[in-house]
Design a protein around this ligand. Structure first.
Ligand code: SAM
Length: 270
């Protein structure tokens, strides 16, 4: 029997693919197992652009964090933060403004274990192992209480995590509970898979993914994604495909934006 790498927490089932680790594989990370790699490659066979979609999603998150930082936000809650393969929110935010505080939240043990290692010695960032469907637990967690002042604007990040909540779990209520805890002037940034761009790709992806992954994913139409912004005013350019959200001078926007089938936007709390 091969020994597990040292970063693998005890007792996790590596035989079933997991969204955090499949996504890590697409981003070129190494915190994934055979089951994750097999599924990630099966999806690449269906949608060869999926790695670019994942990278464009990270790039949107990066730009959204810098936008919020420029607007004065000095504290972030990153829900479904994932395995920090590339530049992380705390690196981007603390580079933009030293001392910015970040609370990461994820349900996946590997993501949490890896984040814990990475954040060791950083007094301004922490990881909470929790389910986004339980806002009260996350808001009341000692790390959140220590790092986040809810009287000041918060940047709430929900990049590609809401698809993992089914309609029956009412993800709109979940977002509203976080929104209600936030002071006016805070922001939400979110991205979400949609079938509207390429219906045939969306359907095939959902099918392949959901038969093999531990947590099911749901793509949503634009109107349902817009509802997550209730109580927020969308900033320009509104809800758009990821490469189109305020690209910088060095960001190449070429090809058909619909090839990047994640809609994204940033809203300011009213
Ligand atoms: C596709 S990854 C996105 C990671 C990161 N937000 C990004 O956009 O680069 C989705 C992440 O959401 C996490 N996740 C899924 N369901 C969750 C839940 N109910 N509570 C907390 N995290 C969840 C997964 O473990 C995974 O790390």
């Amino acid at each position: 029997m091969t020994a597990q790498p040292s970063w693998v927490p005890d007792g996790i089932d590596t035989s079933k693919a997991n969204p955090a680790r499949v996504y890590d594989y697409w981003l070129g990370g190494s915190h994934n197992f055979r089951s994750d790699q097999d599924l990630a490659r099966a999806i690449i066979a269906v949608e060869p652009n999926v790695r670019n979609v994942a990278r464009a999603n990270r790039a949107f998150l990066d730009r959204a964090v810098r936008f919020m930082s420029q607007a004065g936000v000095r504290q972030f809650i990153d829900l479904g933060s994932g395995i920090p393969t590339e530049r992380n929110v705390h690196e981007v935010a603390q580079e933009a403004a030293a001392g910015t505080r970040v609370v990461y939240v994820d349900i996946d043990e590997v993501a949490v274990a890896h984040s814990r290692l990475l954040l060791e010695g950083n007094p301004d960032a922490a990881i909470v192992h929790a389910d986004v469907r339980d806002p009260a637990k996350i808001l009341g967690d000692p790390a959140t209480q220590l790092l986040i002042d809810f009287d000041q604007p918060v940047g709430l990040l929900l990049a590609s995590v809401l698809p993992f909540l089914s309609d029956g779990e009412d993800p709109w209520r979940v977002v509203a509970e976080f929104r209600d805890a936030m002071a006016a002037g805070g922001f939400v940034a979110l991205s979400h898979g949609t079938q509207e761009a390429k219906p045939e790709v969306g359907q095939a992806l959902e099918k392949v993914y959901n038969t093999r992954v531990a947590i099911q994913a749901t793509f949503r139409p634009r109107e349902e994604i817009l509802r997550f912004f209730d109580g927020f005013s969308l900033v320009d350019p509104g809800l758009v495909y990821t490469p189109l959200w305020r690209p910088g001078p060095d960001d190449e926007v070429s090809g058909d934006p619909c090839d990047f089938w994640l809609l994204c936007g940033v809203g300011k709390k009213r």
